[in-house]
Design a protein around this ligand. Structure first.
Ligand SMILES: [Fe+2]
Length: 213
């Protein structure tokens, strides 16, 4: 007797690949000053946190926005007029550095662009919410996390390929294990949210950005 297992409310990790030429964009990224790692568990972040606003990123941004719109509409079912980029930043992990599990507050969608993938780079690690939506408050202690059983997993790793752009909901916890290579692991982070307003008047859920300052 073989049981069926149905996936009821899966979380979508979106993966697309940019097919344009990134030569000039990468030169621009590599010329950017970085802040020193403020905490050992975060890695380094570019001083400019609106990094894709530069014109050299134009076609890359068009691609990012198409991906965000596809995710927002078809997966999240957002009703919105337009999306816009929030902050965007370079994130480096020097050898030995890692990024502890975190979420991206005050935004809707989180994206990562892997423009410099090298062999043995650390994967990105997604974590299940603990003591929240996916867990009972009353539970036994757990066996080891066997990765071959999808429903048992507390952590799921995704190994990006060159020029992958990934999107996930900003509330989803994620991190990067220690960089075990002898080179810098590089990626670009970009957040997106609805432009101008969030929610709507009819459902008494409206925020008008800038109104309450
Ligand atoms: Fe992040």
């Amino acid at each position: 007797m073989q049981a069926e297992i149905h996936s009821l409310f899966p979380t979508a990790l979106y993966v697309n690949t940019y097919e344009g030429d990134t030569t000039e964009v990468v030169k621009y990224f590599d010329s950017q000053p970085m802040n020193a790692a403020s905490q050992a568990a975060y890695g380094e972040i570019s001083k400019n946190s609106y990094i894709i606003n530069h014109p050299v990123c134009k076609s890359l941004n068009d691609f990012f926005m198409k991906c965000f719109e596809e995710y927002a509409t078809n997966i999240m079912r957002y009703r919105y007029e337009k999306l816009e980029f929030a902050q965007s930043w370079l994130t480096y992990k020097q050898p030995g550095m890692f990024h502890k599990a975190h979420t991206h507050p005050n935004t809707l969608l989180a994206g990562v662009f892997y423009y410099d993938v090298q062999p043995n780079d650390s994967a990105i690690c997604f974590s299940k919410e603990v003591k929240s939506f996916n867990r009972s408050y009353l539970e036994p202690s757990l066996l080891d996390d066997y990765q071959q059983y999808p429903f048992s997993q507390e952590e799921i790793y995704f190994t990006p390929k060159q020029n992958n752009f990934i999107i996930f909901p900003s509330w989803l916890s994620h991190g990067v294990p220690p960089n075990k290579t002898n080179r810098v692991r590089k990626a670009l982070g970009v957040n997106a949210l609805t432009k101008g307003t969030l929610g709507d008047q009819e459902t008494i859920s409206e925020i008008i950005f800038g109104r309450y300052a």
